[in-house]
Design a protein around this ligand. Structure first.
Ligand code: ATP
Ligand code: MG
Length: 233
């Protein structure tokens, strides 16, 4: 067991990645978070609510040597009125549940998905179209009452950023106007694509390759695990 784990054994934490805008990085973040926890020795499950099954495909690419992640293909509609709890769908000692969601979700789906989660991560791409879409999605989250809940923490993750671009500056202005913390900022990098092609997260790549990305991921895990303030921007 590695010694740099955050948090404790025996405590189940549910982290959902969502934004109804397609292609903003939900699967990339969900798979990287799951691979991080698994590689740190947490018993980890990855729920895939997307009929495209991108997370499930990623899981199928993992090798025997990869730290184990328990996959739950969850996109099939549950029987109306019967919502099975997280616990019955994963092995009993599961400590971290990471949930990947599809772009297409109506308000009912949204409400079902966020029930019982501890952390909501919202990836946003730095473009005007994505910024508007994120604003709509955040308004929907507000309507289902999840932004003001004591039990659920919501964090935004600008994704595929190129620091000095106008689009990123515009996204930063928009995010500053919201009362939601920015909990990580992910660079646009082929490393994510290369890792995904091998069923890996970037934490599982050799240290020297992922070095420049580690800081922001560390900030994210620190925020998720300790409930501390969001990293300074
Ligand atoms: N930080 C990044 N750097 C480079 N490429 C990225 C990054 N994040 C995501 N991508 C790429 O962008 C594409 C879309 O990402 P991803 O599949 O994670 O989005 P998504 O929100 O899950 O999409 P969908 O709404 O279709 O489920 C993928 O090809 C992915 O490899
Ligand atoms: Mg996806």
């Amino acid at each position: 067991m590695t010694s740099n784990r955050l948090g404790d054994w025996g405590f189940m934490r549910r982290i959902i990645v969502m934004n109804t805008k397609g292609g903003c990085g939900k699967t990339t973040i969900a798979t990287n978070v799951a691979s991080y926890y698994a590689s740190q020795g947490y018993r980890t499950a990855l729920f895939d609510y997307d009929a495209q099954r991108s997370s499930t495909h990623w899981l199928n690419l993992r090798t025997e040597e990869s730290p184990e992640i328990y996959g739950v293909t969850a996109f099939r509609r549950e029987t109306p009125g019967v919502t099975r709890s997280w616990q019955v769908r994963v092995p009993p000692e599961t400590e971290r549940i990471v949930i990947d969601t599809p772009a297409s979700m109506d308000r009912h789906d949204l409400m079902e998905r966020v029930r019982g989660v501890d952390t909501i991560l919202i990836p946003v791409l730095p473009s005007p179209i994505d910024t508007y879409a994120a604003a709509d999605f955040i308004r929907d989250l507000l309507l289902v009452g999840k932004l003001r809940s004591d039990q659920t923490r919501v964090g935004i993750i600008p994704n595929r950023i190129r620091s000095h671009t106008l689009a990123f500056q515009a996204l930063k202005r928009f995010l500053n106007s919201l009362n939601i913390p920015v909990v990580a900022q992910l660079q646009d990098s082929q490393l994510y694509v290369q890792a995904a092609d091998r069923g890996m997260g970037i934490h599982e790549l050799p240290e020297h390759r992922a070095r420049r990305h580690r800081r922001t991921w560390h900030d994210l895990y620190q925020w998720v695990e300790t409930g501390g303030p969001a990293p300074a921007r």
